[in-house]
Design a protein around this ligand. Structure first.
Ligand code: CA
Length: 672
């Protein structure tokens, strides 16, 4: 039986508070720590002490909304029974902590009452709240206290005011945003809240100084053109195919064994090469491989040598062979770079472990004190997520940045790789990515740089770091829609917000996924095939790069990590061939219809009562409608002028409308 409580006391600083966590653990517990988004889930950061029958710790936390858990004896993760639970994008449930800014208590949030809660109001005239959309327009964003303000307008000096729309809200704040024209030189503007209160560079007041910036001097993204028609496929190397039993490690388990955090099942690069025909039949043009470098873990996210292939996956020659053979099949290969942290076998870390402060690599890591102790619960060096086997690299150090950039350029230049997927990209120093981008783009200007950023990735998509991110925001919205937890209008609002958040053109580089090695399988979350087919239709037709997580195309099942990393079953026994055909149809469709590769979204139709979500993409004279119908009866959508024909899915055209059966989707194109 667990009981816990949370006490909040104000600190001197109005924007952060002393939060006391209290937790009653089962008898016999020897250690408890609190972990959450406020300490990067690091088990070592906030250990609790036992006092008066409960475990306690007080942590100063900036105002905001956080997820957290208690960790008992270093291994058991427990929710706070007294806090609200929330599901994260990964299907885990965590407890929620809301730290309100102190001044929220002073006044209630009422729109138009003449008072505005000051601490909540924010506009940074930089990438945080400004996005250069294209050559002439800029998106501005303002944050206010939730429910406190009814209208927000951007008022550029000397130009007509433009209303911002309420784009989203969280527990504490409303976020307003809108696109306005920006002059070529200096851009000066203020905001008007509730038609009466002015916000400027020096705060709220009757005539604050304007914000001033030069948005047209910001870089614009330059996403590689080949991504426009790309269809990607993600492979977890140990589980796709065992192409060479000779390289299996001792203790390898039979193909198809249940995945555990540590078992090896024999998959390798030779296996991927062997199965290239499967990818080709699917219409795949890009292959994303989870890490293949020398490692101690089956997932490869602990790198011991960034310049050699792990012998269990093959060798450098086999990687080269895979890349060459894939290229002959029209498929480019993207590798996974894990540069936030290394493995403990990484030579610089071995040097630090041996020589301590005298090591020439002492500055490569965040060592808190020498000598480093390589064990569970250690507090001598910083790690990824508190895992001692993953020492965090000091990516703010120029020397480390140079090494990472060299590795990035090396594989692209010497092996003809298409680019990089970058692990835990948001915890690496941004300057490191700028240096990395320069080096990799110098090796190949068309290289694709894809970051793992789960949330809003504006900071990384301004043209100086990444070409795209793993689009988990998109995944969450689309799965919510097909699973029935999001209304069509909510899907529209989420997809529009994602599109609005980034510069024009970035959408083409966003990696639109329905699952990965870090999530439950789509099949597990959405058991009904017809709903999964609708999700796939959206994946292949919405702007962005669709990526199939291996096995999803045949309906592979799997729960959370490590169960989402099962062996591909080449006996084809459980394969869903109807689903597989749907995926093949979709990639063929994408190849045939220019609007599905390069077209912008011209119109969106959301019908909540009928549960219909539809949109049109236009590329010159090529126009395509994608209509999805989750409703219980046939849906009809009137079409514009022209001769329209059904090019994919189920549908029929009659009396100027397209009719789509229940729980189905159709793609129709205008012929002339
Ligand atoms: Ca093997």
């Amino acid at each position: 039986m667990f009981t816990g409580t949370l006490a909040v006391a104000m600190s001197q600083d109005a924007l952060s508070r002393q939060v006391e966590f209290r937790f009653v653990a089962p008898k016999g517990a020897t250690s408890v720590a609190v972990v959450g988004q406020f300490n990067e889930w690091d088990r070592a950061r906030h250990p609790m002490r036992f006092e008066d029958g409960a475990w306690r710790v007080t942590v100063e936390i900036a105002s905001g909304v956080y997820q957290y858990l208690f960790v008992v004896d270093g291994k058991q993760w427990v929710k706070d029974p007294h806090a609200r639970s929330v599901a994260d994008a990964n299907g885990n449930t965590n407890s929620t902590l809301i730290v309100e800014p102190a001044d929220y208590e002073a006044t209630p949030a009422i729109p138009g009452d003449g008072t505005v809660t000051l601490s909540a109001v924010r506009h940074h005239p930089d990438h945080q709240d400004t996005v250069r959309k294209n050559r002439t327009e800029v998106l501005l964003r303002v944050r206010t206290r939730r429910g406190d303000v009814g209208t927000v307008e951007a008022v550029p000096v000397g130009i007509k005011a433009a209303p911002l729309r309420l784009a989203r809200s969280d527990e504490l704040y409303d976020y307003w945003q809108g696109v306005v024209a920006s002059p070529s030189g200096e851009f000066a503007y203020r905001f008007r809240l509730d038609g009466a209160t002015w916000l400027g560079a020096d705060g709220l007041g009757p005539t604050p100084s304007p914000f001033v910036q030069r948005p047209r001097e910001l870089p614009l993204p330059n996403v590689p053109r080949w991504l426009e028609g790309a269809v990607f496929y993600q492979v977890f190397p140990d589980r796709f195919e065992n192409g060479d039993p000779a390289n299996d490690p001792p203790g390898v388990e039979p193909w198809g064994s249940k995945p555990t955090p540590t078992n090896w099942l024999g998959g390798d690069l030779a296996g991927v090469t062997k199965r290239l025909p499967h990818l080709q039949e699917l219409g795949v043009t890009g292959l994303y491989l989870n890490p293949v470098f020398k490692t101690q873990s089956n997932h490869g996210y602990t790198t011991d040598d960034y310049r050699s292939v792990d012998p269990r996956f093959g060798n450098e020659a086999e990687l080269k062979r895979l890349v060459t053979m894939a290229k002959d099949s029209g498929i480019k290969v993207l590798l996974d770079g894990v540069f936030n942290h290394s493995g403990t076998g990484y030579a610089p870390f071995r040097s630090v472990a041996k020589e301590g402060a005298a090591s020439p690599f002492a500055k490569f890591f965040h060592v808190l004190r020498f000598p480093v102790e390589e064990r569970e619960g250690q507090q001598t060096y910083r790690t990824f997520a508190g895992v001692w086997q993953m020492p965090k690299l000091a990516t703010h150090e120029p020397e480390v940045q140079r090494e990472i950039a060299d590795v990035g350029a090396y594989w692209v230049r010497e092996y003809g790789l298409a680019g990089w997927r970058l692990d835990v990209a948001d915890e690496v120093a941004p300057e490191c990515w700028r240096v990395f981008r320069k080096a990799v783009k110098q090796a190949d200007p068309e290289a694709y740089i894809l970051g793992e950023v789960w949330g809003d990735a504006r900071e990384w998509l301004q043209g100086d770091m990444f070409d795209g991110v793993m689009n988990y925001r998109w995944r969450e919205a689309v799965i919510g829609y097909v699973a029935g937890t999001l209304r069509p209008s909510e899907l529209e609002s989420r997809l529009s917000t994602i599109a609005e958040d980034y510069p024009d053109g970035v959408a083409m580089g966003l990696f639109n996924i329905l699952g990965s090695h870090d999530t439950e399988r789509l099949r597990r979350i959405v058991p009904a095939r017809d709903r999964r087919m609708i999700a796939a239709t959206l994946q292949f037709t919405w702007p962005g790069v669709p990526c199939i997580y291996y096995g999803d195309e045949v309906g592979m099942d799997g729960g959370r990590d490590p169960d989402d990393r099962r062996c591909m079953d080449w006996s084809q026994a459980g394969w869903d061939f109807r689903l597989l055909q749907h995926y093949k149809d979709l990639s063929a469709l994408r190849a045939r219809q220019p609007a599905l590769r390069v077209g912008h979204v011209g119109k969106i139709v959301s019908l909540d009562a009928q549960r219909v979500f539809a949109f049109r993409r236009d590329a010159g004279s090529n126009r395509v409608w994608v209509v999805t119908n989750l409703g219980a009866s046939e849906a009809a959508l009137p079409l514009g002028p022209g001769r329209w024909g059904v090019v994919a899915g189920k549908g029929r055209i009659a009396e100027g409308s397209v009719h789509v059966p229940r729980r189905g989707s159709a793609v129709i194109a205008r012929a002339g």
